[in-house]
Design a protein around this ligand. Structure first.
Ligand SMILES: [Ca+2]
Length: 266
């Protein structure tokens, strides 16, 4: 159970870095390009979590709904791609992702697919390398939800309302339904522009679910506490795509339906 009875979490600020010395090595070339792929998320109060009357029925882990103050920040417009992650591996900073089965690493033609099959540690390492950090759960939800308490990044309509597919998702084990949105498994990032969030993010709902920096409260005393994962994926029910929905996994685990995106200070 992920229920959190603690006070509303505060936005996690990126770790402070020591002032660069005059001889400091320049940041890797990829940084500028990655930052260009980010959108600005304004600071402010927003409603976080699930309210049974407004959003429900809610899972216990999604309660309570409360107002949370966030600082402005930036977040990747799309999930981190295989192509982007490979640059970090080539720089000998990141480790290779697992290959095979539904994993995208090492597969030809998958450069623009999300970097799945990475552990939380690999995702965290990549975001640090580009000068950012993994978003907290609150930051992730702020980017997806804006300030109007919407159920999905695009609004309150169901993902397939009026026959328009706003995300890449599935229906649990009903595999024949996975492909209704044109993609049986994950898709190249950014293919569902109609599903854009309030600040321009794409695929926050669906495609691959996304690691955040937030520890699952019910595992916080474990040696390797689980981290919150947000957004649902190509294999999950529409409800799992809701902005407040969440899951959690151990940081050493990797899955074909889990990837990540990075955040950065404003
Ligand atoms: Ca996603």
């Amino acid at each position: 159970m992920l229920a959190c009875s603690k006070p509303a979490p505060k936005v996690q600020a990126p770790a402070k870095q020591a002032a660069p010395a005059k001889t400091a090595v320049a940041k890797p070339p990829v940084v500028a390009a990655v930052m260009e792929g980010m959108v600005k998320v304004p600071g402010g109060l927003f409603r976080f979590g699930c309210d049974d009357e407004l959003d429900g029925p809610c899972a216990q882990a999604e309660r309570p709904s409360r107002l949370v103050q966030v600082h402005g920040f930036k977040i990747d417009k799309t999930e981190v791609t295989v192509e982007a992650y490979k640059k970090c591996v080539d720089a000998e900073v990141c480790t290779r992702a697992v290959a095979g089965d539904e994993c995208n690493w090492g597969e030809s033609g998958r450069d623009n697919y999300p970097m799945n099959c990475v552990t939380w540690y690999q995702a965290d390492q990549y975001c640090r390398w580009v000068g950012g950090y993994l978003p907290s759960e609150v930051e992730w939800e702020r980017a997806a939800r804006g300030d109007d308490g919407r159920l999905y990044p695009w609004g309150n309509e169901a993902p397939d309302a009026d026959g328009i597919f706003r995300a890449n998702w599935g229906e649990g084990l009903a595999r024949q339904l996975w492909i209704r949105d044109k993609w049986e498994f994950d898709a190249p990032v950014g293919r569902f522009e109609v599903g854009a969030g309030p600040y321009g993010t794409l695929d926050q709902a669906g495609n691959v679910a996304e690691w955040t920096s937030t520890i699952a409260p019910d595992t916080q005393d474990d040696p390797n506490p689980e981290r919150i994962v947000k957004g649902g994926s190509f294999r999950e029910y529409a409800r799992r795509l809701r902005t407040y929905a969440k899951d959690s996994h151990g940081p050493h685990r990797f899955y074909s339906h889990v990837g990540f995106r990075c955040a950065a200070a404003k």
